[in-house]
Structures are given as C-alpha cells and as structure tokens.
Design a protein. Structure first.
Ligand code: GDP
Length: 297
C-alpha cells in the first residue's frame, strides 16, 4: 500500500529539493502534481482539495520561499498537513478504561474482516494488556459465524460465549454481558452480523444492541481494498449509529491508500487499528506520523 503514491510524491519532492530558490509558481506547480498523485491514489476529492489548499496557504508565505532551504520547508509542510489529515500525532488507543466488563461492539459489512478482527483484538488485549476477554457472536443469520468466532477464540486462547440457538442478537448481547459480570471478564467483545450492504434493518439491530449494552467502543471494520466505498460505508455507519473508532483491514493488500487518507477527514472517526494479514497477530495501532513517513519516504 502507498507505494505508487510514495513514488510519485518522491519525484515531485526530488525536484523541489534540487532547487536553491523557489518561486510561488514552483510551489503551485508542485502542488498540482501532489493533487494528481492524491487523486490517483483514490483519495476523496474534498480531502484532496483541502490538503492542497492548506499546504499552499502555509507554503507560499515569504518566510518559506526566502528561507535557506525552501524545498525542504515545503516538504515539511506537506508532512505536517498529511499527519493532521491522518488524525494528528500519536495513535488513538482503545477506550477500555471503564469499569469491567467493558463492552466492545464490532460492526461492519460482511467480508470486511470483522470476525477475524474481533479475534485479533481479543489476542492483543489478552497478551499485551493482560485482560480476560470473552468473545460473543451475535450473528444469528449465519450459524457458521458463531462457530467461526468460537474457533478464533480458541486460537487466541480466550473464552467464547456458549452458543444457544433461538436467541435474538440483543438477547445474546445481554447474556454475554451477564456472563462477563458473573465470571469476572475484563472485556466482552460483541461481534455483530455483517450484511452485504448497509440497510435499515442492520442499523436498527446495531442500535438495539447499543441500547442494551452501552458499549465503550463501537468499532467499525472496513476493508482498505474497497477504497472510497470503505469511506462511504464508514460515513453511513457513523451517521446512523455513531462509531468510536475504525479498524482498516487488508493494509497488506495493494490498495492505493486513498481510504486510509480520506477516512478521518470524511467521517471524523479515528482509525485506531489496521489489519495486515490473516494471522491473529497481524494487527497494528495506527500511527499517523509513521504512515506519513511511509508515504513521504
Ligand atoms: P467478516 O465477514 O467481516 O467477519 O470477515 P472475516 O473475518 O470472516 O474475514 C474474511 C476474510 O478476510 C478471511 O479470509 C480473513 O482471513 C481475511 N482477512 C481479515 N483481515 C485481513 C487482513 O488484514 N489482511 C488480509 N490479507 N486478510 C484479512
């Protein structure tokens, strides 16, 4: 991911660096190329416009152009604006510092990697935070989904809620929270059913589960490979049910990176974690400054 964007930007920056003095026209010309590179990387148009405007406003000032190394200064401004657009300095941690058992709700479309991510988060919390985690599948649509989560729990060496047929998603959620309280779990991860597309029924189901469990986190899982669709999905989910964080999966694929770059600006929700493979340990915190570093080389 980001390779082609990174290559395009580095050729723009090499040219900027190569010059001793820079005119306003040089900066504008470079910004035109940055704009094209971002559009080609599938970054949403309003985000591209905003990005270029911010860089231009800060870069065209007299101090920058008359400085000793103007090219370097412009590149630093691009880096700063990129970090801002990715969400600011530092990773945004999961909000799990509330009284146990902490409900964490996983939402997302089918195939986004939601169930796998539930398993990854369980493993991360068990190994890195020493938490006792209970995984519960609220997917009553696909019986296989409940089994899949139980198997993931086994691989992550955490508990899973026993499967009881005939319960509604809300009933399972309430049972999971009861078990969490009774059995002294720190975290209860509630994995909701995915759908092929966003529909009212799905949103109503998520709302009902939220009302019944009051989750500390509502994590939306989106597939980076779906580009701007991932951003549109996130916006729709956020408007309908409120999302506290985004997990972007398949960062190991050859997606152009636009979704990661547009997500914060378009949805307002932070990307908290990224998935980078099928294995349960293939998940990382999202550090905007590191991502900017990868893009700018
Ligand atoms: P769900 O329908 O949203 O619950 O999706 P699943 O968790 O069942 O994942 C669908 C497929 O995507 C599975 O084969 C996962 O192994 C795979 N997957 C999930 N996350 C990642 C990721 O970050 N990278 C890659 N390459 N594959 C992933």
């Amino acid at each position: 991911m980001f390779e082609s964007l990174s290559n395009r930007l580095s050729s723009v920056f090499d040219r900027l660096r190569g010059r001793g003095a820079l005119s306003e026209t040089d900066v504008l010309e470079a910004m035109r190329e940055v704009r094209l590179a971002l559009l080609e990387a599938d970054v949403a148009l309003p985000v591209v416009k905003d990005f270029v405007t911010k860089v231009r406003e800060r870069a065209v000032g007299v101090e920058v152009l008359r400085s000793v190394s103007p090219g370097q200064q412009v590149i630093k401004i691009v880096n700063d604006v990129l970090i801002e657009q990715l969400g600011g300095e530092g990773a945004v941690p999961l909000n799990i510092n509330v009284p146990a058992p902490v409900p964490v709700l996983m939402v997302g479309l089918q195939g986004s990697g939601k169930t796998t991510t539930a398993g990854k988060i369980a493993l991360m919390l068990r190994t890195k935070e020493r938490k006792r985690v209970l995984l519960a599948s609220l997917d009553t649509q696909r019986p296989a989904a409940q089994l899949q989560l139980a198997q993931l729990a086994e691989r992550a060496e955490v508990s899973s809620l026993p499967i009881v047929q005939g319960q509604t998603p809300v009933q399972i959620a309430v049972r999971a929270m009861d078990a969490g309280r009774r059995e002294g779990f720190d975290i209860v991860i509630l994995d909701t059913a995915g759908r092929l597309s966003i529909d009212e029924e799905l949103m109503d189901e998520v709302k009902a589960i939220r009302a019944a469990t009051n989750p500390a986190e509502t994590l939306l899982v989106v597939d980076a490979m779906t580009g701007q669709d991932a951003v549109n999905t996130a916006r729709a989910f956020n408007e309908a049910v409120g999302v506290t964080g985004i997990v972007m999966t398949r960062m190991d694929g050859d997606a152009r990176g636009g979704a990661a770059l547009s997500m914060r600006a378009i949805t307002g929700a932070p990307i908290k974690l990224t998935g980078s493979g099928e294995k349960l340990d293939a998940m990382e915190a999202f550090h905007p400054e590191r991502v900017a570093g990868r893009i700018l080389g």
